[in-house]
Design a protein around this ligand. Structure first.
Ligand code: AMP
Ligand code: ZN
Length: 467
């Protein structure tokens, strides 16, 4: 089998990937901070992780995916206070909205969605270990990681350690590269803020320690893949590596993967900039979640994706082409009409499947994978027009397209594809009614009913459903 090549941010090069345990990939993805409705930029990153996971599965590996919910940090605490809710109630509301969004976009759920506040004992234990082995120090009820004790600090992000060895500290969860300093593992409680007891006094975990503690709990101290968007590289993932490896003395993660941002008008889509759309905002203008899914996955993850309404319309058209091609093939596969079958469908379908998965093996090149799909659709269509695609060939072509959909996730379940044959019969019945040939209209209705298709006439036309 061709190897799967992925770009490792650690070392900045493409590597051949193989899981540590034969046949089983362990992967951790930084999940949402549940203080607000996620925007489609966040969703692009999460969707790329869904595509990655589906491709790993399609390659025959078992995947254990853990995605955390950050439900305690500077932003969630501030939000809960402003809303007058407990931290739990406040974050549950946004966690529920997050799940609703990823369901609408057809995500496969991760195996576990651990909440930070359910893992404070693990975070305390990790902090205690770092204090014990001299990588951390206490100051006024808070605990900081001393980056000078970890010479590899900066390896992921390429920051300049010389600038860091100033003995300064930073207590905020998020900061810029210029601010590289000793970072907080445990924060002393502030009056009125949620806190947990600890040997250093009441307080709460910092953001970075959350992901180290939860990933190691569910995936072990050394696992395969850790993902996020590029803004997670520094400080978040740099700090995760430092505190995890300083605590365990071994490699934390083999492969670090980071997605580029979704942008609008040349700028990163961000809550803080106010230039964001939630999924609801987008669906209010165009109620087509599958088109949103297609658009978000169509640009390879290491390229910026510029969101425009035109691009969404084009995505909707592309999805329609795929869906109707599959419907036509399903029809042709059922059809008894003899066609010459000169077109080598099985062979071409196999070539397409190989090209499709080969493109994904090339650092998840979704654009090339879709390119292969559309080339195949064009050729299949030409064969149908020429009448050289026989029923088994149509079935093989449809199966290959459905095979690619295990990764793309845009086709409806097989039953819901309205066969063009039924559409044609509905049209014929309508024409019969127009010319007042009610006997013919009734005959068509009965014929469809015999196949388990029920028609309902209403003000917006005729709808069908399965009996
Ligand atoms: P947050 O909820 O802010 O922790 O973000 C959740 C995830 O979305 C993180 O991995 C972020 O890096 C990522 N993210 C934030 N903004 C964007 C964007 N404009 N495009 C893609 N990913 C983003
Ligand atoms: Zn994280």
């Amino acid at each position: 089998m061709v190897s799967l090549r992925l770009f490792n941010t650690l070392g900045r090069r493409v590597v051949d990937f193989a899981p540590r345990e034969d046949g089983h990939v362990r992967m951790y993805t930084c999940g949402p901070t549940v203080y607000n409705t996620v925007h489609i930029g966040n969703l692009r990153t999460f969707l790329w992780e869904d595509v990655l996971r589906r491709h790993l599965l399609a390659r025959g590996w078992r995947v254990t995916q853990v995605m955390n919910l950050t439900d305690v940090d500077d932003k969630t605490i501030r939000g809960a206070a402003e809303a007058g809710l407990s931290l739990r109630d406040f974050t549950t509301k946004y966690a529920d909205l997050f799940f609703r969004d990823i369901d609408r976009l057809g995500f496969r759920r991760a195996d576990v969605y651990p909440r930070a506040t359910d893992h404070v004992p693990q975070m305390r234990a990790l902090t205690a270990k770092l204090l014990e082995n001299g990588h951390a120090y206490e100051s006024e009820g808070s605990v900081y990681f001393r980056i000078a004790t970890f010479p590899e600090y900066g390896r992921l992000s390429g920051i300049d350690l010389a600038a860091a060895r100033r003995g300064e500290r930073v207590a905020d969860d998020e900061y810029e590269k210029e601010d590289v300093k000793d970072f907080v593992l445990w924060k002393a409680a502030k009056p009125g803020e949620p806190s947990w007891p600890s040997p250093w006094g009441d307080g709460r975990p910092g953001w970075h320690i959350e992901c180290s503690a939860m990933s190691m709990k569910y995936l072990g101290e050394h696992f395969d893949i850790h993902t996020g968007a590029v803004d997670n590289i520094f400080p978040h993932h740099e700090n995760e590596i430092a505190q995890s490896e300083a605590a365990t003395g071994q490699t934390f993660v083999d492969l670090w993967l980071h997605a580029e941002h979704l942008i609008v008008d040349g700028e990163k889509m961000a809550k803080s900039k106010g230039n964001f759309f939630t999924l609801d905002d987008v669906l209010a203008k165009r109620d087509d979640p599958v088109a949103v899914r297609y658009l978000l996955l169509s640009v390879p993850y290491r390229k910026k994706l510029n969101f425009t309404w035109d691009a969404l319309a084009a995505a909707a058209a592309a999805v329609d082409r795929i869906k109707s091609a599959v419907a036509r093939l399903d029809d042709a596969a059922r059809s008894a009409a003899a066609t010459a079958g000169a077109w080598p469908a099985a062979e071409r379908a196999a070539t397409f499947s190989k090209e499709f998965s080969g493109a994904l093996d090339d650092d998840l090149n979704t654009a090339a994978a879709l390119g292969a799909l559309f080339t195949f659709l064009r050729d299949v269509n030409a064969a149908q027009v020429e009448g050289t695609l026989d029923a088994p060939g149509a079935a093989a072509a449809a199966a290959a397209i459905r095979g690619s959909d295990a990764v793309l996730g845009i086709l409806p379940p097989k039953d819901d594809v309205l066969p063009a044959e039924i559409e044609a019969q509905i049209g014929a019945r309508l024409a019969a009614r127009k010319r007042r040939d009610f006997a013919e209209a009734d005959r068509i209705r009965a014929a469809l009913a015999a196949k388990g298709i029920l028609l309902e006439d209403g003000p917006s036309g005729t709808r069908w459903k399965r009996a």
